[in-house]
Design a protein around this ligand. Structure first.
Ligand code: DGJ
Length: 735
């Protein structure tokens, strides 16, 4: 890891792991992008990039293509000053003009990594883990100063980026405001367009489906305008060489540490270069900068791999495990929980929960989570949100008494909240109708019969912190599931002045993060899990506050193969909330075998979400086997390296994956049949991540062979009979 400035060529090279990123300061101060990829030795790469071919808009004094704003590969391009591609920044001046052309002022290289004001971000455990470049640019005509931050990490092909924008005034005038309309976190240029681009698209109960499309001329964008990072598109993309796959090829990952509306846009231009910008969605966004004010963008996490998608994912996993997730639970084994949602929905009382807890205890389950319906007037999803007072009448006792009874049964206790939301049918809304985001003169669009609270308002945040604190202090609560079940519409705050109205989208997020910080730091021993109608906010920002996320409301093991496969591209296995649920499955009606449901839930935090009383004896007994497997392999699954072996998107018959311990002494392979057919052609599986020269025994097959044979030739997956069976192979190194 090193960041080096070369005086002679005025280039800066960031060496991150086995990769390099190079930028250069041109004589007139433009900061241009030169390279990102496998490590290079040289600083001055300009001779390899300059081209005289082709004509385009010729601007006075900017004659070389390198200097022409219409062609320049820029580190942080402004709009309105001769660069016609998607900008990283645009700013509206008080006189109505809009042009930004940023020029170099200075740069600084420092040990460590600065925090991002009010925003979640990758952090360091020690200052010597990383080095940061801060490069200051300015447009003296509109008074916009921009500091671009780049951090490189020891031993990882990672660069994190964010930008701090400020209004420094024009000349002697320090009284003129600016309005930001684009303020992206990062811009990365590629001198080619020969890439395919990944989108993790989806819907409620069908999150993070994998879709690759070749880049084409013009713009292609992935985005959310929902005020959520969203089910429909994850704030993540990859540009990869056309033949790249799991094990080979160059891939470039982009992930935004943000839970609100985002934009990732790739533009292939007339010279076949590609620009990728990523950040807060400029749609309906504006931010006023009074003189002296600053705006900090969310963080972008860029990962390079020249060994395919698998290596890229493992890099994200390593970084997020140790430098993004925080708190006491970051490295700890998570308790095996049972959640009552699919067991009871809203129909429960304390006796029912205690019954469930007692049965769960006899099966070896460790925690009971009480889901939605314990507060206010809440027997369905149309009332009560906002009234965070225990409904003792419904429960039949106080919360402390219930927790005690669950504790007597031998289980820890967890609880569900949906703090950001309010039902119009609630005491909170009746008392404070203006606390909900809405436009007074317009009808309110409801989502699941509810409105979102205005998280930009301090009194709203204080109310939520006070209510949650009170509940969490009232009993011995070990776990919180933090839900959120609608997107934002009529995003209007009663308290923001008109010229700041469009700031609400981001101010909501800043307020939300403030509440998360206050609550999670006040209850450091509590395990928090985030949720947004399942996986509507599975993003790195949520992982900063809560080390696991409920992946999807779809608990069907076969659908989960795809959902968890896509999720694993960026997010560590230990962050993936996964439960064994009942059959016929409540989302699909499918009947997957109990052991397969367990195998798929093992690819995550592992728990149960079903009425144990309805299981037959053989299923109940299998819980013990599943828990034994979890106890034995949890360390390997959480702490090992994850390898995707067969994609459920590419093979309709099966999916397979494996975990390898860091010392490469043990591995676990899991295979699940998606569909079975008569006389099917045998499928070969090639393992990954083993030591080529070491001998490994596959216990279940009774085979002992070298890692290289198992990885290069592989073996035929053992036959399984019947729908959706699963195979689990345990592998041990000899010596
Ligand atoms: C949506 C969540 O994703 C579910 O798990 C459950 O908690 C419900 N909300 C409760 O309303």
């Amino acid at each position: 890891m090193a960041i080096t400035f070369d005086e002679q060529s005025r280039s800066i090279k960031l060496d991150a792991g086995t990769s390099s990123y190079v930028l250069q300061i041109l004589p007139k101060g433009q900061v241009v992008h030169r390279y990102w990829g496998a490590a290079v030795s040289d600083f001055d790469l300009s001779a390899l990039l300059e081209s005289n071919s082709g004509e385009s808009l010729g601007l006075d004094g900017e004659n070389t293509l390198d200097e022409n704003p219409d062609h320049m590969l820029a580190e942080y391009p402004g709009g309105g000053a001769g660069d016609f591609r998607v900008p990283a920044v645009t700013a509206l001046a008080a006189d109505g003009s809009s042009a930004v052309d940023l020029r170099y002022v200075s740069h600084e290289i420092q040990q460590g990594k600065p925090a991002l004001a009010g925003l979640p971000a990758v952090y360091l455990n020690n200052d010597d883990e990383a080095e940061t470049l801060a490069i200051t640019l300015e447009d003296k005509y509109c008074g916009l100063r921009t500091v671009l931050y780049y951090t490189v990490f020891a031993g990882l092909n990672v660069i994190t980026r964010h930008t701090v924008l400020s209004n420094v005034g024009v000349g002697a005038r320090h009284d003129v405001p600016l309005q930001l309309n684009y303020a992206m976190s990062s811009c990365v240029e590629f001198s080619s367009s020969n890439y395919k681009m990944l989108g993790l698209y989806g819907a409620w109960a069908r999150e993070r489906q994998v879709e690759w499309l070749p880049l084409r001329h013009g713009t292609q964008s992935l985005q959310s305008r929902r005020g959520y990072s969203s089910h429909q598109m994850n704030p993540f993309t990859v540009l990869a060489t056309p033949s790249a796959d799991e094990v080979q090829g160059e891939v470039y990952g982009f992930n935004l540490v943000y839970s609100g509306s985002f934009l990732i846009e790739a533009e292939v231009d007339q010279k076949d270069t590609t620009r990728v910008v990523m950040g807060i969605n400029p749609y309906d966004f504006a931010w006023k900068l009074e003189p002296g004010e600053t705006f900090t963008t969310p963080e972008a996490v860029l990962v390079y791999s020249n060994a395919g998608m698998g290596e890229m994912s493992r890099t994200y996993h390593r970084l997020y495990t140790k430098n993004l997730c925080r708190g006491a639970w970051r490295d700890k084994r998570r308790p095996i929980l049972i959640n009552n949602w699919e067991a009871t929905y809203f129909k429960f009382n304390a006796d029912k929960l205690v019954n469930l807890a007692e049965q769960a205890a006899s099966a070896g389950i460790e925690m009971l989570v009480m889901d939605d319906g314990w507060f206010g007037k809440r027997d369905g999803d149309n009332s009560g949100l906002g009234d965070w007072f225990v409904n003792e009448e419904k429960l039949g006792c106080s919360l402390a008494e219930l927790v005690e009874r669950v504790d007597d049964a031998g289980l820890k206790f967890g609880i569900w909240f949906e703090p950001e939301m309010v039902n119009p049918d609630s005491d909170l809304f009746r008392a404070h109708p203006d606390w909900a985001l809405s436009i007074p003169s317009r009808p309110k669009t409801l989502g699941r019969h509810q409105l979102a609270l205005d998280m930009s308002r301090k009194e709203v945040r204080d109310y939520l912190v006070e209510r949650l604190t009170d509940i969490l202090n009232s009993a011995d609560i070990s776990y919180v599931k933090w839900d959120c079940n609608r997107y934002l519409s009529e995003a209007f705050s009663a308290t923001l002045p008109a010229e700041r109205g469009r700031e609400i989208w981001h101010r909501y997020m800043l307020g939300f993060y403030d509440v998360l910080e206050r609550i999670t730091s006040a209850f450091p021993k509590v395990l928090f899990e985030s949720c947004a109608s399942g996986g509507g906010r599975f993003d790195p920002a949520m992982l900063y506050y809560m080390p696991q996320t409920w992946t999807s409301d779809n608990t069907d093991a076969i659908d989960r193969l795809k959902i968890q496969y896509g999720t694993s591209f960026a997010y560590p296995i230990r962050t993936i909330g996964a439960h064994v649920s009942a059959t016929p499955n409540h989302q699909t009606g499918r009947n997957a075998p109990f052991m397969t449901r367990g195998a798929v839930a093992l690819q995550g935090t592992f728990g149960y979400e079903l009425d144990l009383a309805k299981l037959d004896e053989s299923e109940f007994d299998q819980i013990e086997d599943q828990i034994d497997l979890y106890q034995e392999y949890q360390k390997l699954i959480f702490g090992g390296d994850f390898y995707r072996l067969i994609s459920p998107f590419e093979d309709s018959t099966q999916a397979a994956w494996m975990y390898v311990s860091p010392d490469k002494k043990s591995a676990l392979v899991q295979v699940v049949m998606q569909h079975i057919s008569g006389n099917h052609a045998p499928r070969r599986i090639r393992l990954q991540g083993l030591e080529p020269q070491s001998l490994y025994k596959i216990e279940e097959l009774g085979v002992t062979l070298h890692g290289d044979s198992l990885m290069n030739l592989g073996f035929i997956i053992p036959e399984s009979w019947g729908d959706h069976q699963s195979v689990c192979l345990t592998i041990k190194r000899k010596g």
